[in-house]
Write a protein that binds this ligand. Structure first.
Ligand code: DAK
Length: 256
């Protein structure tokens, strides 16, 4: 892979977006490579959690690659747009938890990528924002929806209309990120290890249930949650978890 470095730590796949000289700005090759990696590991049972980070110490992702966009024909723009949107939706619905470990700039498409992840751990000096309107664009990877879902319409409007960057502290205050950490990778790995002790099947269903709530009306989502909950009683993980609790031992989940 040209722009992606992979590392496996215990049961966690760490994906580094690696285009340091361009502050990891997302181009179409990176989008393709990231998509391939996620497809490759989706059914790999030894991986229970994923971390996405930017290589280097300055940037998570400083946005979509502005230079590449400049040369797009309308047809290329449509293709780029479809592939990017599909990837970001895939990340949001990915059935293993994905943590964005953010060290530095998370701007434009980079902030959208972080928002598509399930959890965001961020260094104190990071800067986040959606400056697309300063380029005559709007967030195009689902960012208008995801930012509104995370921070509410008022704050989302303020950020998107102004294109301003905010520091980690403000991002935490408005609910855009989960936590500020001196070392976001170390903390992300700790969280991933904790998550990996739990039932992969239960986590998969929790993700499916939460994502279904984004696509369905409120009451239908309860039905979906109810079905997923009931299905777990057919699975060995729930029997293992309940039996381990009752027998005062540590459960060994298989994700089945
Ligand atoms: N694209 C391309 N190159 C970038 C880049 C980007 N987004 N961000 C940085 N770089 C490159 C710089 O051009 C520079 O390259 P060289 O000149 O060395 O060749 C190198 O990275 C280092 O950057 P700087 O020299 O500028 O570094 P500084 O520390 O001085 O400044 C900065 C850091 C992050 C403040 C600055 O680089 C900056 O303002 N970058 C652009 C930030 C930005 O506007 N990001 C949003 C991009 S728009 C869509 C979906 C999504 C989107 C669009 C369409 N569809 C579905 C159709 C999303 C759009 C965006 O993300």
């Amino acid at each position: 892979m040209k722009y992606i470095k992979l590392k496996i730590k215990d049961k966690t796949l760490i994906i580094y977006l690696n285009r340091v000289e361009k502050l990891n700005a997302l181009n179409s090759t990176m989008i393709k490579e990231l998509d391939e990696v996620l497809n490759q590991y989706l059914n790999n049972e030894s991986v229970r959690c994923v971390i996405i980070a930017g290589a280097g110490d300055k940037s998570f992702v400083a946005g979509a690659d502005i230079k590449e966009m400049e040369a797009f024909s309308p047809l290329e723009a449509a293709d780029y747009s479809n592939k990017g949107l599909n990837l970001f939706n895939k990340i949001e619905a990915y059935t293993k938890p994905i943590i964005a470990s953010i060290n530095g700039y998370a701007l434009g498409g980079g902030c959208e990528l972080a928002m598509a992840c399930h959890i965001r751990y961020v260094s104190p000096k990071s800067l986040l924002g959606l400056p697309e309107v300063t380029l005559g664009l709007i967030p195009g990877y689902g960012g208008t929806q995801r930012l509104r879902n995370l921070v509410g319409l008022g704050k989302a409007s303020e950020l998107i209309f102004s294109g301003k960057y905010i520091k980690s502290e403000e991002a935490l205050k408005i609910g855009l990120i989960n936590k500020i950490c001196e070392d976001p990778m170390e903390e992300s790995i700790k969280l991933a290890n904790k998550i990996s002790q739990n039932s992969p099947l239960a986590i998969k269903y929790a993700i499916q249930s939460m994502v279904s709530g984004l696509n369905n009306n409120y009451l239908d989502s309860f039905d979906i949650e109810n079905n997923l909950f009931s299905n777990l009683f057919d699975a060995s993980d729930s029997k293992e978890g309940i039996s381990a609790f009752l027998n005062k031992r540590t459960p060994e989940f298989k994700g089945k």
